[in-house]
Design a protein around this ligand. Structure first.
Ligand code: NCD
Length: 316
């Protein structure tokens, strides 16, 4: 099993074989997580620090549990109350932490590129837990694991990603990953929520759910990221739900065995119907959460094996 990266900053630098390596190991961790004794020792003696500069429930809990299950000492830094509020720069905070010799640093930050910058300044492995609109690599990996376990493969699938693409790091990382694994990607949403330059991304773009969902194997819904919107991107939530909210009727346009995904947190009745989200015959939203812990265990395990080894490039 080879994985030659120092950090996990995004999906972009990964080769398809890296993705397969991570998912294969994560499959083994799913089995461990379902056993009554959930302890591994891949991170025994290691120190994992979680620095979340943006609120997070599931991602932070998932990284924390992943580290604890593999025997790491895990510390959650409360960045709301941190020295950043007193005017310290991100880099100063990182350098201070670096002097305490962490092995794994898990970072979420509202600015795209902030995590890459930080990775250049520290000696440990850095994992991007979401930076602005840029990337959220562990989310794309857990989504891929969920899809692979449900559909048996990651290639030659039609995956529809619907909603607020413009503000979504989840969409970006998923588009990169699914493209590398040779699936077909469709983006569906109002033109106001499509990112600039989307025409060059090698995806098909739709502003109509019926046309976009036709024949889809996977329907991935996204949250309206209101905190990243600085104007009126949609006329009203009611109107948005009517046109783009996923309900049983719209899901009927997709393949009869299509699965429904959402990274959470969900706005029920805005981007997805609550009953459909809870329908265990169609929705794999709970599986996504389960796969999240296993994927984070796998990534941290692989990165810990590379600590102290010379790597091809310091930046990836
Ligand atoms: C996503 C995120 O933070 O980018 N959520 C998550 O990681 N569980 C998606 C979102 O916030 O809508």
């Amino acid at each position: 099993m080879t994985y030659r990266h120092r950090h996990l900053l995004g999906i972009e630098p990964l080769a398809p074989s890296d993705i397969t390596t991570i998912l294969d190991l994560a499959d083994r961790y799913v089995t461990l997580n379902r056993a009554s004794d959930k302890h591994g020792d891949a991170l025994a003696g290691r120190t994992q620090v979680n620095m979340f500069f943006e609120n997070s429930t599931r991602t932070q809990a998932s990284f924390e549990l992943a580290g604890l299950r593999l025997g790491a000492d895990v510390m959650n830094m409360s960045m709301q109350a941190s020295s950043i509020k007193k005017g310290e720069t991100l880099i100063d905070t990182a350098m201070t932490l670096n002097a305490m010799h962490p092995d794994l640093l898990v970072v979420r930050h509202p600015h795209s590129g902030a995590v890459n910058l930080l990775a250049e300044k520290v000696n440990c492995a850095v994992l991007n837990a979401g930076d602005g609109r840029h990337e959220h690599p562990t989310q794309a990996l857990l989504d891929a694991l969920t899809i692979r376990r449900s559909k048996g493969r990651l290639h030659r699938l039609t995956v529809a990603i619907c909603g607020d693409i413009a503000h979504s790091r989840v969409a970006r990382s998923n588009i990169l990953l699914l493209g590398k694994m040779e699936s077909r990607i469709r983006l569906i949403g109002p033109p106001t929520l499509m990112p600039a330059g989307v025409a060059d991304w090698g995806v098909e773009v739709f502003d109509d759910m019926r046309a976009g969902l036709e024949g889809a194997d996977v329907v991935m819904m996204l949250r309206l990221q209101k905190e990243r919107m600085d104007g009126g991107f949609i006329p009203s939530e009611r109107e948005y739900y009517h046109r783009f909210g996923l309900d049983a009727e719209k899901l009927g346009y997709a393949r009869s065995d299509a699965i429904v995904m959402h990274p959470g947190p969900m706005n029920r009745g805005v981007e997805i119907d609550g009953t459909l989200a809870d329908d265990i015959n169609r929705s794999v939203i709970q599986e996504q959460v389960e796969m999240g812990v296993a994927v984070r265990m796998a990534v941290m395990d692989l990165l810990a094996r590379n600590l102290g080894k010379p790597m091809q490039t310091a930046r990836s």
